[in-house]
Design a protein around this ligand. Structure first.
Ligand SMILES: Cc1cc2nc3c(=O)[nH]c(=O)nc-3n(C[C@H](O)[C@H](O)[C@H](O)COP(=O)(O)OP(=O)(O)OC[C@H]3O[C@@H](n4cnc5c(N)ncnc54)[C@H](O)[C@@H]3O)c2cc1C
Length: 471
């Protein structure tokens, strides 16, 4: 490629595929550096898994969302865009449903009163939290499954009552496969999100995560970037081992570089025609669970608990999250909002159940848990599904994570399944998105500099020759 062509190519935007928090954070950094960036999002709105929908005049997440107090990367970004005053921190009430009883589990004191376990086992459960904090290097437990590790720390009874139902509830057929590192990091991060008295504190964004995503979109556009909604990327145009453009369902967009932020199997589909079968298989190797959330708008509260873990295998949802015990009902026109969440394989009948049947299916189970509950309390309901919602971090997961670089020179990947040893979350999507966004911008600036030099050198040489001849 000539220096002129190279220069022209570098003037094309860096294309970011996906307008979730990872893609928006990357685009923000690229736009801030002064380089052209175009975000392409197939949905009619930004935010990805953390996007929202309308509840009356208010916006609510499709899937429940909050932050921990140690989610510093998202807080940094919010500060950077001048929105810190919208973040609220509140204590939350956590509980556990076991043997038809709701136990409160928000503080160390609640733990001591947890009568589902013998006193000795309550102490073991409490000590486990301290043992978790002592692990500094996750590699030392990466060969273990969560089951092996938890039993070794607190014994089989604590595992049977507390952890096994949660593992099975969250991971279903994959429960035995989950690695110790996933569980360790979850416990460490959630355990670290506490106020001084040991009570759990969580954070939320006034107006919802969707509003934050919208602010980010506006910021990217304000810095000269472009965000195209309702546009699905359908292919990559590759020439000489580089991606020259992305194909979409509404035309082709030239690209100087491409950042793919979707789930790995979706990235595999785009790269399949241009990469070896071994590489494409490596992208398909990590398995993902889907998620279904039934969101209820109620005319009254269900309980006082925000986050209820369900340790009862006969209850078909693993979490009952009464969002309005965290963000008040006044934010939703007086409505009480409850999410019933279940992670499940895509083939599960509940995932495929028509929306209007999901409520019928859930009501008798809710009545068993909350005997006063009546279907008439439900003024509206919504069903949301996400096919790629939770990667399965099995033992030795670090060996499965694909690198950011792909076989195509200027195509890069930053995806939820690469977050490790932490579990996926908007905080980490933003951390990784901003980092790779800065790197791509710096790389583009250096390449543009090189191209400028190359272009300038032959011209300078010619001027000298002309000058010599004139003399
Ligand atoms: C049930 C549930 C609860 C959660 N709770 C929390 C929580 O409490 N706190 C928290 O921080 N995180 C939570 N998360 C995780 C969080 O939502 C994700 O980690 C984060 O949003 C991932 O952002 P991302 O940008 O990496 O991916 P995504 O949000 O998946 O973004 C990828 C984007 O790519 C788009 N896309 C895909 N294919 C194409 C294509 N061909 N062309 C164009 N666009 C395309 C998608 O539409 C999507 O918008 C939760 C997730 C789930 C499922």
């Amino acid at each position: 490629m000539s220096a002129f062509d190279e220069h022209r190519r570098l003037a094309d935007p860096i294309v970011v595929v996906g307008g979730g928090f990872g893609g928006l954070a990357a685009a923000y950094e690229i736009a801030k550096s002064g380089r052209k960036v175009t975000v392409i999002e197939k949905e009619p709105l930004v935010g990805g898994l953390a996007s929202g929908f309308q509840v009356g005049e208010h916006t609510l997440e499709r899937f429940y969302h909050h932050w921990f107090t140690n989610d510093v990367h998202i807080m940094d970004l919010i500060k950077d865009i001048g929105q810190s005053d919208k973040v609220v921190f509140r204590p939350t009430r956590t509980g556990l449903y076991y043997a038809n009883t709701i136990f409160r589990l928000s503080s160390p004191m609640d733990l001591l009163k947890f009568s589902a376990l013998s006193f000795i086992d309550r102490i073991r459960l409490g000590l486990l939290v301290l043992q978790v904090r002592r692990i500094k290097d996750w590699r030392s437990i990466e060969h273990l499954t969560a089951r092996e590790w938890l039993i070794s720390l607190a014994g089989p009874e604590v595992f049977r009552v507390v952890w096994e139902p949660l593992l099975v509830g969250k991971f279903g057929p994959y429960a035995e496969k989950v690695g110790a590192v996933w569980f360790w990091k979850k416990l460490a991060l959630r355990g670290g999100s506490r106020a001084k008295q040991g009570k759990e504190m969580l954070a939320y964004y006034r107006g919802g995560f969707a509003e934050l995503a919208e602010s980010l979109r506006e910021r990217v556009e304000g810095l000269g970037g472009e965000v195209r909604l309702n546009t699905a990327v359908t292919g990559l145009e590759i020439a000489d081992g580089r991606c020259a453009a992305v194909r979409t369902d509404s035309g082709t967009i030239p690209a100087s570089a491409v950042l793919l932020t979707q789930a790995l199997p979706q990235i595999a589909d785009l790269l399949e025609p241009h990469a070896s079968s071994e590489y494409v298989e490596s992208l398909r190797r990590i398995e993902y669970l889907a998620n279904i959330c039934l969101v209820l708008e109620l005319d009254r509260s269900l309980s006082e608990t925000y986050w209820l873990n369900v340790n009862d295998p006969s209850f078909p949802f693993v979490g009952v999250i009464e969002h309005t015990n965290f963000e008040p009902p006044s934010s939703y026109g007086g409505r009480h909002i409850v999410y019933l969440s279940r992670y499940l394989p895509e083939s599960d009948p509940l995932y495929r159940m028509p929306d209007d049947q999901v409520l019928d299916f859930a009501v008798p189970h809710l009545q068993r848990m909350f005997p006063d509950f009546r279907r008439e309390w439900v003024s509206a309901h919504h069903v949301w599904r996400a096919r790629y919602s939770q990667p399965i971090a099995e033992p030795h997961y670090s060996r499965l994570i694909p690198p950011e670089r792909t076989p195509v020179e200027n195509v890069f990947v930053t995806s939820m399944a690469q977050i490790y040893p932490e579990d996926r979350g908007t905080n980490y999507a933003v951390r990784e998105g901003r980092r790779i966004g800065r790197e791509l911008a710096a790389h583009a600036a250096a390449a543009a500099n090189d191209a400028d030099m190359q272009r300038a050198t032959p011209l300078a040489g010619r001027a000298e020759i002309v000058g010599d001849a004139a003399e």
